[in-house]
Structure formats: structure tokens, C-alpha cells
Design a protein around this ligand. Structure first.
Ligand code: SPQ
Length: 416
């Protein structure tokens, strides 16, 4: 599996803020994580590759970043712009951040609001809710922030700003979101306390460069887990997959749907849980997904919709409003694609109702420039009757540049 996107971003960011070198093995060379590397290079951090293909970040320490001499373009990466905003809010210089058309529509107010409560000065379009952003570095104070959304990007932005304050910064969230920031900051030497729904961090730590082993991305593995379940006569072993409990909702849901999914082995590395997974063709049945599990499978909803379309019975997904503000409105875009392939789906205010059981057929569909929609529709196409053409498939490059080649190794017949 390609390296975990969330962990790859954070390894570069924390490596940059640490003293000494950070060596990253298994770094995801997708466009999003490459945008994070470019951003930190623009901020004066030397980042290169060693003879073993590992990324080496030559840390500048907590106070070593330098003002960039131009606008930083973070492309399609929400994680980069939001976490960077937290880091840059407390710097003694000005930064301008922008991104592609999708990023410039995604909500930034959710990050700017808590940061401004800490004393940050950030200007954005549409009354400080949209990028481009101008970040005028300022002295920050710690806060206790009650986040209205379960978002790891909001939580991380506030905790990272908290590194540049005197005292403890705390974020509470409605449900626990992925906790890679907390685990990795602690591995780099920061004092971090994990809360049942949130976390707190002590400001001005001395971070020390680390060797980071990036696990395979469970959000990428999800495509092959569903492919293995819905395509007849499949048997796939996926190795070194990250199994952090804040990310494994997909495993719980596929099992509840009747998937023959086995965790063959499991181990710990760098504070993260990893494992090898086995998936076999399965007769799936509908299920209900709602509540605290949602942040643990937030990026997997489109591929779960595919599994549900091939399952017997109805699947209902609720409390998934966050899907509306991703790279596309994923409730709408996955419904459009799957309907074109013959599925029956209702888009609800906060989720999807999928009527399973109908056979899907090939169709001419669109990814809407969203990597997760592109890969989900490709998996739907595998088990459909006839050929499917997916427009704007190149969107997969943000998280899995070799997706087609890897899929073709398993399925044959896929091409660009
Ligand atoms: O980085 P980006 O563009 O926001 O990527 C996505 C994805 O599908 O790859 C979301 F569109 O993943 C987010 C995820 O949805 C990555 C992330 C992180 O690394 O902290 C957290 C989640 O977002 P959020 O808004 O719930 O915090």
C-alpha cells in the first residue's frame, strides 16, 4: 500500500520544526505530500532524498522557519493549508497561502476562528473563511477550544499553534478524530495528553529529529478491501497497513456487512498500530453507519457506498455532513457516479441511503477532480457489467499516483 498521507504530511512538518535530521521511510510521493515538502522548502527547510529513497528533513528547530519570498501554493491539499496555518500563525513573519480551485472553496473559517482566539492575525477571502490566506505572524496565547466539528485538521492546527505559546493548549471535539498529530508530536519529544475526545499539548517543546516509518494508508487499502469483497473469486493480502483505531472504521463496517476480512497479524511501530489484512470475496449485506464511528471512516464513505451498492438490502449512512466540504461534495458526487452505473441512492441532508442488490453496468462517469471518487468508481467498475470510462481520473495522483498500475496487477484490463 502507498504510505499514509496524513502521517507523511506530519513527518515532514514535525521534522522541519525539530532539531536535527528526520529520516522518513515509506513517504507517500503523492501530489499532496509533495506540496507539503515544497511549502517547507519555501520556508527555508532543506529536504532531500538519501541513497535508500528515504526523505530526509534537515530540521531548523521550533523557531528556525524563514519568511517565504513568494505566495505558497499548496495545490489540492487541505491538510497542508490547515496545519500550516497553525504553524505559521505564531511566526515572526508574513506568509501568503493559496491552493487550487477546490481548496479555494473549502472552509478555512473553522481553523481561522480558533487561531484568532489565540491572537493570530489571518486574513482570507469571503470574510476570512476562504483561501487565499494572508498570515501575519503574531504572539499567541494558549486556549481551551471546544471544536464544533470532529476534524483532525482543526484539532492539529490549534495544537500546532499551541507549540508557539507558553502553557497548555487544549482541543475538545464532538467525536475523536484521527490522532496522528498527537502520537507523532509525542514521539518527537513534545508533552501531549490524549483526551477521550480531544488532546492537549504543552508549548515551546524541544522537538528532536526522528526516524519515521510511514505505515501503508488504510484509506488507500479500503479500495482493495472493497474490490476484494465484491469481485468474485478474489483473495488479496494487504501488507503493512496502518491500523490506528482512529482510522479503522472501514474494517468494522465491512465486517458488519459480512465481509470475510481477517487481520492476519498486528504490531506496533512509532506509536502507531500496523497489520496485514486478508480480504476474500464475500456476500455483503446492508448496514447502518452513524455517530462516533464517522470520523474513523470519513474518507471511506464513497468506497463504502460502492460496497453498499453491491450488498443485499439497504445501507444508511448518517452524520456525514463533513463529506460536503471535501475535495468535492462527496455525498453528491459519489451518488451521481453510482446512479449513472445503475445504482439507486438517496442523498440525505447528512448522508446517503443506498438500495443495494441491483447489478451495476459500465458507464461514462466523472471523478469531479476528487481522488476518492475516482478510485471508488474504478472499484465499482470492476464488478460492473461492461466498460466504464472515468473522466478526470488523474485526480488520483494526490494520494495514489500508481493506482491504475496497482489495480491492473490485481484485476487486469484497467488502463488509462
Ligand atoms: O488533505 P485533504 O485534502 O483534506 O484530504 C482528505 C482526503 O480525502 O484525502 C479529505 F479530503 O483527508 C483528510 C481527512 O478527511 C486528511 C486529514 C488529516 O490528515 O488530518 C483529516 C481529515 O479531514 P478533517 O477535515 O476531517 O480534519
Amino acid at each position: 500500500m502507498p504510505g499514509d498521507k496524513s502521517i507523511s504530511h506530519r513527518a515532514v512538518m514535525f521534522g522541519a520544526l525539530a532539531q536535527g535530521d528526520t529520516i522518513i521511510e515509506g513517504f507517500l510521493r503523492g501530489e499532496d505530500c509533495l506540496s507539503t515538502i515544497s511549502a517547507f522548502r519555501a520556508l527555508g527547510v532543506k529536504i532531500d532524498e538519501d541513497d535508500h529513497g528515504r526523505v530526509v528533513v534537515h530540521g531548523v528547530g521550533l523557531n528556525g522557519l524563514k519568511e517565504a519570498d513568494n505566495i505558497i501554493d499548496i495545490g489540492n491539499s487541505g491538510t497542508t493549508i490547515r496545519l500550516l496555518s497553525g504553524i505559521l500563525a505564531g511566526q515572526p513573519f508574513v506568509t501568503f497561502l493559496t491552493g487550487d480551485a477546490s481548496i479555494r472553496q473549502r472552509p478555512m473559517g473553522r481553523v481561522l476562528k480558533p487561531l484568532s482566539l489565540m491572537g493570530a492575525q489571518i486574513i482570507g477571502r469571503a470574510n476570512h473563511t476562504l483561501a487565499p490566506l494572508a498570515i501575519i505572524g503574531s504572539a499567541l496565547s494558549p486556549i481551551v477550544y471546544q471544536s464544533p466539528v470532529a476534524s483532525a485538521q482543526v484539532k492539529s492546527a490549534v495544537l500546532l499553534a499551541g507549540l508557539f505559546t507558553d502553557g497548555w493548549t487544549e482541543v475538545q471535539e464532538p467525536s475523536l478524530s484521527r490522532n496522528h498529530t498527537e502520537l507523532m508530536l509525542s514521539a518527537f519529544g513534545a508533552e501531549v495528553v490524549q483526551l477521550p475526545k480531544g488532546a492537549k499539548v504543552k508549548g515551546r517543546p524541544i522537538l528532536k529529529g526522528q526516524n519515521v516509518m510511514v505505515p501503508g494508508d488504510i484509506s488507500s487499502a479500503a479500495y482493495f478491501l472493497v474490490a476484494g469483497a465484491i469481485v468474485a473469486n478474489s483473495r488479496i493480502v494487504l501488507k503493512n497497513v496502518g491500523l490506528n483505531p482512529t482510522r479503522t472504521g472501514i474494517i468494522e463496517v465491512l465486517r458488519a456487512m459480512g465481509a470475510k476480512l481477517t487481520i492476519i497479524s498486528q504490531w506496533q511501530s512509532g506509536g502507531e498500530t500496523l497489520g496485514d489484512l486478508l480480504i476474500e470475496s464475500s456476500q455483503l449485506k446492508g448496514t447502518t453507519i452513524a455517530g462516533d464511528i464517522m470520523p474513523t471512516l470519513i474518507d471511506e464513505v464513497p468506497i463504502i457506498a460502492v460496497a453498499a451498492a453491491y450488498a443485499q438490502g439497504i445501507t444508511e449512512i448518517r452524520n456525514a455532513e463533513e463529506l460536503k466540504v471535501k475535495e468535492s461534495n462527496r455525498l453528491e458526487t459519489i451518488a451521481i457516479g453510482l446512479r449513472q452505473m445503475g445504482a439507486k441512492i438517496d442523498v440525505l441532508d447528512d448522508g446517503l441511503r443506498i438500495y443495494g442488490g441491483g447489478a451495476l453496468h459500465g458507464a461514462h462517469v466523472d471523478s469531479f477532480n476528487d481522488h476518492r471518487i475516482a478510485m471508488s468508481l474504478a472499484v465499482a467498475a470492476l464488478a460492473a457489467e461492461g466498460e466504464t470510462v472515468i473522466d478526470h481520473f488523474e485526480a488520483v495522483s494526490v494520494s495514489w499516483p500508481d493506482f491504475v498500475q496497482d489495480l491492473a496487477r490485481l484485476a487486469g484490463g484497467a488502463n488509462e
